[in-house]
Ligand binder design. Structure first.
Ligand SMILES: NC(=O)c1ccc[n+]([C@@H]2O[C@H](COP(=O)([O-])OP(=O)(O)OC[C@H]3O[C@@H](n4cnc5c(N)ncnc54)[C@H](OP(=O)(O)O)[C@@H]3O)[C@@H](O)[C@H]2O)c1
Length: 232
């Protein structure tokens, strides 16, 4: 697991400063993602926010830079132009968005270079399957990988204590959390970014990358956590 997801505003920049120490001497091994806030996009705000993030991270570039939350669609062309300038300057390798609806993705793809968006980072977990109705099929249709945040349900709605997940985990010899993550990434076009402060949990979570859920597992999980189209 080599992707690190952070944001200029996590811990008022302290998250990036902490990551600086972690990635020192191994920057090339890491896929580094950070984010810019909606209230930073006017004027040269995106370039300034990016420079501040890079300074805190002690890195010359970001692998991916995301707009953290949507801004009004009228501002999309300015945001895209700023991202594209950063890409041309080598400060970022790709850019994307976060928490965008399908309507906002459509508006984004209408502005010049909007289709260069690399991903949409949205919440997705067994107990939060709303994007299956719209964002997920739209991104699939446009060959856009989705980044699933809160893939274990998030701090206040964790799925890891669920009995069905534990049962499926027993079959595969892994934890309930690993099953939940394997389910999120089952299509191959969704990236999961679980958070943990526990090395033991991180090791458990990494197991998800080597679990292939069977059609029967998927049916069992679907019955326990019905999506927007029901339990079948
Ligand atoms: N773009 C956005 O708007 C946005 C919004 C929210 C989050 N995010 C990103 O997504 C990341 C993850 O989202 P999240 O933190 O909301 O939700 P999450 O990853 O679904 O849940 C995090 C919680 O899961 C626990 N956990 C992790 N592995 C576990 C395991 N194996 N067994 C038991 N518990 C486990 C963690 O506790 P322990 O520390 O005890 O393991 C923590 O309390 C964030 O770090 C952030 O980078 C983005």
């Amino acid at each position: 697991m080599t992707l690190i997801d952070t944001s200029g505003n996590y811990g008022n920049g302290r998250s990036e400063q902490f990551i600086n120490q972690i990635i020192a001497n191994q920057r090339e091994r890491i896929f580094l993602v950070s984010k810019v806030e909606g209230d930073q996009v006017s004027g040269d705000g995106i370039a300034r926010a990016c420079a501040a993030s890079l300074a805190r991270l002690g890195s010359e570039y970001l692998d991916l830079y995301l707009l953290h939350w949507p801004v009004p669609s009228a501002q999309f062309s300015g945001v895209v132009a700023a991202f594209e300038q950063l890409r041309a300057a080598g400060k970022i390798r790709a850019w994307g968005v976060s928490n965008f609806s399908v309507g906002q993705m459509e508006d984004l793809f209408r502005v010049p270079d909007g289709h260069r968006c690399a991903t949409n980072q949205v919440p997705y977990s067994l107990n939060n399957r709303g994007i299956e109705r719209d964002v997920l099929p739209w991104c699939k249709q446009h060959n856009l990988p989705v980044m699933a945040y809160s893939p274990l349900g998030g701090d206040n709605n964790l799925v890891v204590g669920d009995r069905t997940l534990a049962q499926v985990g027993t079959i595969h010899g892994c934890s309930a959390a690993a099953v939940a993550l394997a389910w999120v990434i089952r299509s191959g076009s969704v990236i999961a970014i679980p958070e943990s402060g526990s090395p033991a949990h991180v090791k458990e979570n990494a197991v998800a990358l080597s679990i292939a859920l069977t059609p029967r597992d998927l049916q069992t999980l679907n019955a326990a956590f019905p999506g927007p189209f029901g339990a079948t």
